[in-house]
Design a protein around this ligand. Structure first.
Ligand SMILES: Cc1ncc(COP(=O)(O)O)c(C=O)c1O
Length: 425
């Protein structure tokens, strides 16, 4: 007898079009963006919405300053430059991140050095950092991945001991806290992305936070061609150093300002959904939700599911079980995704030392010939093979959808032998 699984012709659990995309948008957002048309300010780092967003974001994160930028990558690059990092300086970061974290280091001719992840939180493992510190190391760049903050106390202790700066990649962690302190206020400089998918979305955009007067001034120069562009008074049109063009549009600033009024509500709904899913998955053989250490209040940019064939007595690897159940869940209308298919240092740009071409920055003056070995990041590889992200775990989706998701995982678990056949198809 065929099972009731959708792969065998059963009715999918989740009706088509039930899963809504991120971010939820309302009339307030539309009005905010439309008002820009009549404002006489389309852009400019001294435009009213830019200044308002900077003030509100600094207040929200708990730092002295915030700068608006046009992407998370721009924020990271501004942070690297603001920290005074340059050719040949080494920056220690996580082997599991979106690769733009490392790209921003390369943009200033500095050298990314990677460490493997903690197998429970998927953030960089502080215990692996010290062995990577050399006389060239200048900074640590922890990544608060999937909305989970890195374990900052040991990272800060190492930074203090070795006189290193800390740049946080908080691109996926707007509102997440470590021991009550917000991401972006946990190091010397914090960097956020506001691209479409992020907890605080502007479609595109970015933010940078710091308490440091020099860092904010240097970051602001890099944002606009190396110039000092004051909020009032004439513009000097003199470049004080190399700069880029990382200014956002006022449409984006207006949209982010409007979304910011609902960030805490949205994050608390994500937490509610995530806590529910995690407690339900704990009772369903074959799957597990994410672990939350005592120090963290995550914001679940991604809801991470781990695949556990051993709990079902299946003779499959976690990767095979993931592949099989992903197909069966997709047929039920339940989407699982993945955006990182290998450790960052295993990407071609590092493997083949493409960088700026001709081997730079590794082989350029001040550079060093670091070699990136894939096998040095076994836990990152294992994580990538054995996990995926559950789509739609955010508002405007509802608890009703989360309940259907749980039904779906239970259905797959109860029909595990049949689903396992999909691993080879
Ligand atoms: C961890 C991480 N760092 C950096 C970035 C780069 O942000 P953006 O796409 O806004 O440049 C992203 C987002 O894509 C990210 O997820």
């Amino acid at each position: 007898m065929p099972s009731s699984l959708a792969i065998d012709g059963g009715t999918p659990l989740v009706p088509q079009d039930m899963v809504k995309s991120w971010p939820p948008m309302n009339q307030q957002d539309r009005d905010a963006v439309l008002a820009v048309f009549d404002s006489d300010h389309l852009h400019g780092t001294a435009a009213p919405r830019a200044l308002e967003l900077q003030e509100k974001w600094a207040q929200y994160v708990g730092t002295k300053y915030a700068l608006v930028t046009n992407s998370g990558t721009a924020s990271l690059h501004m942070a690297v430059a603001a920290a005074g990092l340059g050719p040949g300086d080494e920056v220690i970061t996580s082997a599991f991140t979106y690769w733009s974290t490392a790209a921003a280091i390369l943009h200033h001719n500095a050298i990314p050095i990677f460490v493997d992840i903690d197998p429970q939180t998927y953030t960089m493992d502080p215990a692996l950092i010290e062995e990577r510190i050399t006389k060239h190391t200048r900074a640590i760049l922890p990544v608060h991945i999937h909305g989970m903050v890195a374990d900052m106390d040991p990272i800060r202790a190492l930074a203090k001991k070795h006189n290193l700066l800390i740049i946080e990649d908080a691109c996926q962690a707007h509102g997440a806290t470590y021991k009550g302190v917000k991401a972006g206020a946990l190091g010397d400089i914090g960097c956020f992305s506001c691209n479409r998918s992020k907890n605080l979305s502007g479609g595109e955009g970015g933010l940078l936070t710091t308490d440091n007067d020099d860092f904010v001034a240097r970051a602001a120069r890099l944002r606009e061609f190396g110039e000092v562009v004051a909020a009032t008074g004439p513009r000097e049109y003199n470049a004080y150093g190399l700069g880029w063009m990382y200014r956002p549009h006022e449409f984006i600033n207006a949209f982010i300002l409007s979304q910011l009024t609902r960030l805490d509500d949205n994050n608390s709904q994500r937490r509610q959904f995530a806590n529910y899913l995690t407690s339900e998955l704990a009772e369903i053989a074959g799957f597990e939700g994410p672990y939350t250490p005592d120090y963290a209040a995550p914001v679940y940019f991604s809801y991470v599911v781990s695949f556990k064939p051993d709990q079902l007595g299946l003779d499959l690897t976690p990767e095979q079980w993931k592949k099989a159940s992903q197909k069966a869940l997709a047929a039920e209308g339940i989407g699982l995704g993945q955006w990182q298919t290998r450790p960052v240092p295993a990407q071609d740009v590092f493997h083949d030392r493409i960088g700026y071409g001709k081997g730079c920055p590794w082989t350029c003056p001040f550079g060093r010939g670091d070699v990136y070995y894939d096998e040095e990041y076994p836990l990152t590889s294992e994580f990538i093979a054995s996990h995926a992200y559950l789509r739609g775990v955010h508002p405007p989706n509802t608890m009703e959808l989360m309940k259907l998701y749980v039904d779906g995982f239970r259905k797959i678990s109860e029909n595990a032998t049949r689903v396992a056949e999909l691993a080879d198809e």
